[in-house]
Write a protein that binds this ligand. Structure first.
Ligand SMILES: Cc1ncc(COP(=O)(O)O)c(C=O)c1O
Length: 369
């Protein structure tokens, strides 16, 4: 009996999400003692000491189930964002929020629209969930092709996901073009904007989406504690939207999807929000340094609003460069499987600590010869 045949076609055909390799795995496989990971857009700075202390305190309570409604975290987040607590949906990472949206909204035979060169989880969820995803190629300037995405919306479309700024290209859509896009989308289609890197953004014309929620009940904003707040390992993300939308989504949420430590950690991050500006500034300084160095090595570097850089080494293969860097103990993300022509040499490099970035540049200089 072929057990795989028992599964729905969408599951059989889905390709599993391949995360960046963990440091320990590379150390083991290649026998390297000193490995740095610049592959998963994590914050290289650890969590704040105050957050670690809150986690230690919360650890004493893990014999009990978490607060299923995450009362304290939801209230604090609502205050912080100046929205009603009923407008907030918490997830086990924003990943789970995306999953809940697709599962709850899109029926078999319906579809949701996303950019093909964006967060790889969207097509995976689409595949797994009755093949409902509909990818639209990115524009030549590596930004979401909003007119093409609006044109891809049909009477069977339930949801459009905009990743802003976009992973893995680091590009963004501006306030004006986003407003124009919203005008083209019928109110029966939910527009979910994935702002996982929001706190890193410096562009003055970046859309401020939360204030739009009052006029746009079909808008849904997603953010996370995984990036600037350094809680990727705890898995806390959230969505903000109209209470009616959130209320329906809440029904699909597992009872204890955000665990005790995650709630405590995220709450402590909110209490120490003043740390965000320094984190964003240090990231920006390193990002600019890294971008200049990569350009000096002959790479094409796409301007980024995030904590990572998308770069291309035309004539080379991203996989090969990444493999050589791996052997030098530097983990980056090759993007060959990204619908790009062979030989585009596409890589995504997360901004690390200054010494990590220097090491990455030195290794890359050797690899590129
Ligand atoms: C665009 C985007 N959305 C969502 C996520 C998932 O974040 P979380 O850790 O909150 O699930 C990521 C993580 O890399 C991301 O890049």
């Amino acid at each position: 009996m072929d057990l795989k045949q028992l599964f729905r076609a969408g599951i059989r055909e889905a390709r599993p999400y391949v995360p960046g390799k963990p440091v320990e795995e590379v150390q083991r496989e290649l026998g390297l003692a000193d490995v740095i990971k610049l592959a998963s857009n994590e914050n290289p700075e650890g969590p704040l000491p105050e957050v670690v202390a809150a986690l230690q305190r919360a650890a004493l309570d893990v014999n009990r189930y978490p607060d299923g409604a995450a009362f304290a975290l939801t209230r604090a987040l609502a205050d912080h964002l100046a929205v009603a607590p009923e407008a907030i949906l918490l997830g086990n990472g924003s990943n789970e929020v995306i999953d809940m949206l697709v599962r709850a909204l899109v029926s078999p035979g319906e579809n949701f629209v996303y950019s093909e060169q964006s967060f790889l989880v969207y097509p995976i969820i689409g595949r797994v969930h009755f093949d409902t995803g509909r990818g639209v190629p990115i524009a030549p300037d590596w930004r979401h092709d909003l007119p093409a995405m609006a044109a891809a919306v049909d009477e069977r479309t339930k949801l459009v996901i905009i990743c802003n700024p976009n992973n893995p290209t680091g590009t963004y859509v501006g306030a004006q073009e986003f407003a124009e896009f919203l005008r083209r989308i019928p109110p029966r289609v939910i527009v979910a904007i994935d702002e996982a890197y929001y706190e890193y953004v410096t562009a003055a014309d970046f859309p401020q989406t939360l204030p739009l929620l009052a006029q746009r009940p079909n808008l849904f904003v997603m953010r996370t504690f995984s990036k600037i707040h350094s809680l990727a390992g705890l898995r806390v993300g959230y969505g903000v939207g109209h209470p009616d939308l959130v209320g329906e989504l809440q029904k699909t949420r597992e009872p204890f999807n955000v665990n005790t430590l995650s709630q405590a950690g995220a709450l402590a991050c909110l209490e120490h929000w003043d740390a965000v500006a320094g984190r964003a500034r240090r990231n920006r300084e390193q990002l600019e340094w890294l971008a200049a160095e990569l350009a000096r090595l002959g790479l094409t570097v796409v301007p980024s609003q995030t904590n990572f850089l998308f770069c291309l080494a035309p004539g080379r293969r991203g996989q090969e460069i990444a493999r050589s860097l791996l052997e030098a103990g530097v983990i980056v993300r090759p993007l060959d499987a990204f619908g790009l022509p062979d030989g585009a040499g596409a890589l995504r490099i997360t901004v690390g600590l200054p010494a990590e970035n220097r090491r990455c540049v030195a290794a890359l200089a050797r690899v590129l010869g």
